[in-house]
Write a protein that binds this ligand. Structure first.
Ligand SMILES: [Zn+2]
Length: 58
C-alpha cells in the first residue's frame, strides 16, 4: 500500500482538483487550478489543499 496526495483548490467554495498544464510536448508543469491559477508553490490566497489517498493496489 502506498499513500499519495491529491491536490485541490477551494477558491470556488468546494474543492476542485488541480490540473496539469501542458507546457510543451515533453514537459509538464505542476498542477494548477483552472479557475484562479493557484498551485502548490503559488498559493497567494491559501486556497490549495491536499488529501492523502491510500492506494491499496500496491
Ligand atoms: Zn482556485
Amino acid at each position: 500500500m502506498s499513500v499519495y496526495r491529491k491536490w485541490y483548490c477551494t477558491c470556488k467554495g468546494k474543492p476542485v482538483e488541480l490540473e496539469y498544464q501542458e507546457i510543451s510536448e515533453d514537459e509538464r508543469g505542476e498542477p494548477a487550478c483552472r479557475y484562479c491559477g493557484a498551485s502548490q508553490s503559488s498559493d497567494p490566497k491559501h486556497s490549495v489543499i491536499y488529501r492523502e489517498i491510500e492506494d491499496w493496489e500496491d
